[in-house]
Design a protein around this ligand. Structure first.
Ligand SMILES: [Mn+2]
Length: 358
């Protein structure tokens, strides 16, 4: 098995004691991919210090045997019943499961593991996923480069008075696929004019007009990992106020890039760019959090806000996305993906950020 997977499993096992459990059932498919490299749609893991069990059904047995190393691979549609049988003599007391499971699953769990104490765990694997290893970083870097290239291409595609937001979004989506993406990491946001005041205005059939701003927030999946980037461009002309607001948002984005490094508190991560916007007089118009972790999911821990606790660590990949939104007029946002290092951060999204007027 790859060195990377072996390290993840070693960290998983080392964290069992702290979580107060003897073994854990892993049912989230993204977490299963992270721990095994298996990306089918049917799998359940059980990991204790003594055993690693991987259960799938007949559709996936062959692929599992070629991909999943260092696990006992079992073929059974009744995964919980099978696991309970296998571990019956292991003398385990407490078994952890993910707090996100459905109530129906929990009922099955209670029936199959009636002899154990069941402990709901929140974010056990997600906490491991916060710190990216070299292979993950290389993959995310590549995902970001795909978005960068698609952004450059879309600038030539936009024809004021003709192109709709939806056409722009579809162009971006398709271009990212042409550059090697397997899909989009979320529904592409292309919000022009008054619609750009909505931070998450997904593309509509509105035509993009001269004199408007256009916010593009988009990302792709590349080899299971995401990119997430926002750029705002102006069409034809730009007013003095729009130029000023663009400058404020860009300064907020850059202030965080200058200060982000291992050890910075999550509260400061949010506070540094937020104070740039507040000092410029637009504090109430920055209505969302500054960013989030990303990796296998486009939104994953850590999340940042004024009340967040914790601090940046080497290997986190997080977004830096300040914005200003003036209701019913327009809004803008600039978003980069940052890799946190010992001495600072590396900006993974390299598409231009100076004010672009098409
Ligand atoms: Mn984002």
């Amino acid at each position: 098995m790859s060195n990377y997977l072996a390290k993840r499993l070693a960290k998983f096992e080392a964290a069992l004691d702290e979580a107060g459990v003897d073994g854990i059932l892993v049912t989230n498919l993204t977490n299963i991919y992270y721990l095994t490299g298996f990306s089918g749609t049917s799998a359940t893991l059980f990991i204790s210090k003594k055993r690693r069990i991987f259960v799938t059904d007949a559709r996936y047995t062959l692929i599992a045997k070629s991909v999943v190393k260092d696990f006992d691979i079992l073929d059974n549609r009744d995964a919980l019943g099978e696991i309970a049988k296998v571990i019956a003599d292991d003398k385990l007391a407490t078994i952890g499961f993910d707090s996100q499971v459905t109530y129906g699953f929990y009922q099955q769990l209670s029936q199959n593991f009636a002899d154990y104490e069941l402990k709901s765990l929140t974010g056990f694997v997600e906490k491991l996923r916060m710190i990216k290893d070299d292979s993950e970083i290389a993959t995310i870097r590549h995902a970001c480069s795909i978005s960068d290239k698609a952004f450059i291409d879309v600038l030539d595609f936009i024809k004021p008075g003709q192109t709709t937001e939806l056409q722009v979004a579809n162009f971006l989506d398709f271009r990212m696929r042409e550059y090697g993406a397997s899909g989009v990491s979320f529904e592409t946001i292309a919000a022009s004019g008054y619609r750009s005041a909505m931070p998450h205005g997904v593309a509509s059939d509105k035509v993009i007009e001269t004199g408007e701003s256009l916010t593009l927030d988009f990302g792709c999946y590349y080899n299971h990992y995401v990119s997430d980037m926002t750029r705002t461009v102006h069409i034809g002309q730009v007013t003095d106020q729009e130029r000023e607001i663009y400058d404020v948002v860009l300064r907020a984005n850059q202030a965080l890039i200058e200060k982000a490094k291992a050890g910075l508190s999550f509260a400061d991560f949010d506070g540094i760019p937020r104070s740039v916007i507040a000092e410029a007089g637009y504090g109430p118009h920055f209505t969302h959090s500054i960013g989030h972790g990303m990796g296998l999911d486009v939104h994953e821990i850590p999340y940042f806000g004024p009340a967040s606790t914790g601090q940046l660590e080497v290997g986190m990949v997080v977004t830096d996305e300040p914005g200003i939104y003036l209701d019913n007029q327009y809004g803008l946002r600039i978003e980069d993906d940052l890799l946190i290092t010992e001495t600072g951060c590396e900006v993974l999204t390299l598409a231009p950020k100076e004010l672009i007027v098409l």
